[in-house]
Design a protein around this ligand. Structure first.
Ligand SMILES: C[S@@+](CC[C@H](N)C(=O)[O-])C[C@H]1O[C@@H](n2cnc3c(N)ncnc32)[C@H](O)[C@@H]1O
Length: 230
């Protein structure tokens, strides 16, 4: 599988994640120097969930993001198109559904909130994914996207780019079951729109009240939005 095909072919993306599933959680924590836990917690708090609400965690992978959301007392379902990732999270006691982010197996307006952590960048047509998330969210419901972004301090941005292109693939070679996937990760982070550009894409996909908050100096951004009341 070439990295170029990952840009265009959803099946190649799904099988790449099948290939990293076994050691996904560990690799993530090592590569993010343990920051992933606080990013997930910030995502849960940004959603302002209440017990009993219905929440879709899209591109949930091993459901590591879903169990954090479920701490709110809301009913949270994990959806992902990599059956290997879902299976690697089998021990996590949340409902799991196999499905593509651009053709979700849910009716219109059934969720109070939809969220996607470190997944939107991997969705081959991510603007179609944003429209599909709006379709399954009720009017007035929330969206939170947690995704790698552009560091806000230029000198830090330069150091971070070096980390992405040199250290990250080297560390991945030591801990991951598929190091090539982490070269793709580094390249996909560099190619991703910055905070303002992603906010514009979210607005264009049918969401209102779009804003964002930077975490860890902009390495990660939390974009939030609301589905317009008809
Ligand atoms: C980096 S993992 C993120 C997992 C989890 N949300 C987390 O926070 O660790 C990205 C996930 O996106 C999923 N994904 C990518 N494109 C998808 C699509 N079109 N539909 C559903 N899932 C998709 C992959 O299978 C993978 O499990």
């Amino acid at each position: 599988m070439s990295r170029a095909s990952l840009d265009k072919d959803p099946h190649a993306v799904a099988s790449m994640f099948d290939g990293v599933a076994r050691r996904y959680d560990l690799t993530n924590t090592v590569l993010s120097l343990g920051r992933d836990r606080s990013w997930r917690r910030a995502t849960r708090l940004a959603l302002e969930l209440r017990p009993g609400q219905r929440v879709l965690d899209l591109a949930a992978g091993t459901a590591v993001s879903t169990v954090e959301l479920a701490r709110s007392g809301a009913w949270c379902v994990a959806a992902d198109f990599s059956v290997g990732m879902l299976a690697a999270g089998a021990r996590r006691a949340v409902p799991k559904v196999a499905g593509d982010a651009t053709r979700l197996p849910f009716a219109d307006a059934v969720f109070d909130a939809v969220t996607i952590s470190f997944g939107l960048r991997n969705v081959v047509d991510h603007t179609a994914g944003l429209r599909e998330m709006a379709r399954v969210t009720r009017p007035g419901g929330r969206l939170v996207v947690c995704e790698f972004s552009t560091p806000t301090v230029p000198v830090f941005a330069t150091a971070y780019k070096e980390y992405l292109m040199r250290a990250l693939p080297a560390v991945a070679r030591a801990v991951s079951s598929n190091p090539e996937a982490y070269v793709y990760l580094a390249e996909s982070i560099r190619a991703w729109p910055d905070q303002a550009a992603l906010a514009e894409q979210i607005r264009a996909a049918g969401w209102s009240e779009v804003g964002w908050r930077n975490l860890t100096g902009g390495i990660v951004a939390l974009h939030s939005a609301r589905k317009p009341l008809e």
